[in-house]
Design a binder for this molecule. Sequence first.
Ligand code: SF4
Length: 247
Amino acid sequence: MKVTIDGNEIEVNLGETILEAAKRAGVGIPTLCYSEAFGGQGVCRMCMVEVKDGDRKRLVASCTYPITGEIEVQTNTPELREIRSNIITLLYRRAPNSEFMKKLHQEYECTAVEPVDAEEKCIMCRLCIKACEKVGAYAISTIMRGTEKRVATPFDESSPNCIGCSACADICPTGAISVKKENGRQEIWHKSFEMPRCEMCGNYFSTLPVKEHVKEQLDFAVSGENLCPSCRRKKLARDVAEVSKNR
Ligand code: SF4
């Protein structure tokens, strides 16, 4: 099936989203709450595009809009740029302490605003919650309502479900989740974890509960489970070279 994106006809697969099709065609649509790992959430609305379906024109979130027919898409009209600029202005007002948001606010030449909380970094994109769900921990969620809404552990206390994997912090686009690594311990979400040492280089990596979690999830022994990711890659490369040499 063919659709038109910004005047160029491209081949698409039935059911894929406009965002996916545009990415494949090399058309950049800005996103904040989208991740290749989880797909679209339609939360931030940065990826809004204009869709013309027959005589009907409307604005949709490209990350969640599946292509089911021959449509014409515009990704960068003055109206869309204004929508994105307004979204960034609002998010910057909410999270002015994030370098990422400061940069976007400048890039889009948004209007100056009075911040709600000068220390805030979170834009409520929910990527951290998604990451935690994918890990299978379900340790964080949104609490409160309206402007008070935020991501937290239950009762703002250390969650027994959290394994300290830091997937939530790694995926956060605005650096809103604090992770402290010191003297072989990692602190995140009001909880402190012991970190194992790599058998090869001696560096600390991951956390003990993550090791246990991986063992529980997988039904087979993990090769190099006592190695940090970098040494595991080196060992794998050496093992492959050894096998090739002995063939
Ligand atoms: S560190 Fe804790 S809250 Fe964050 S993704 Fe891992 S388990 Fe979830």
